[in-house]
Design a protein. Structure first.
Length: 124
């Protein structure tokens, strides 16, 4: 598994396509809590984790349930841990659950890359 994360609009998808030889059709964009487990790459995990929190689900558990073969995936997520902690309890719970999910994925991943200003920083 390769985990790619960073702020919004930092070039994560372009980097994934270049580094992994992926095309647009290989990227599944999360719009809710449903995933396409057949896609080589899953992007928008922050949207997935928010939908899970709103449904009362733990994002990492739901990700593993829907996509049991994570070892073969490229996973792309926005880093939502920076900035002001949200006052809204749901958004605060989302921020915490998303962080737990990224921590768990980073531990399991073969590679972890942070993108900042389009520049990859290899962490693992």
């Amino acid at each position: 598994m390769l985990l790619i994360f960073g702020g919004a609009f930092q070039g994560k998808r372009d980097y994934a396509k270049r580094a992994c030889g992926l095309g647009d059709a290989d990227l599944f964009l999360c719009t809710d809590a449903a995933l396409d487990a057949t896609a080589p790459a899953i992007t928008g995990l922050e949207t997935f984790s928010l939908a899970c929190v709103r449904a009362g689900l733990e994002p990492i558990d739901e990700l593993r349930r829907q996509c049991p073969d994570l070892a073969q995936k490229v996973l792309i997520a926005d880093d939502i841990s920076c900035g002001v902690v949200p006052v809204d309890p749901v958004l605060r719970a989302w921020r915490e659950a998303h962080g737990r999910m990224l921590n768990a994925l980073a531990k399991e991943a073969d590679g972890v890359v942070r993108l900042f200003c389009g520049l990859p920083q290899v962490l693992k």
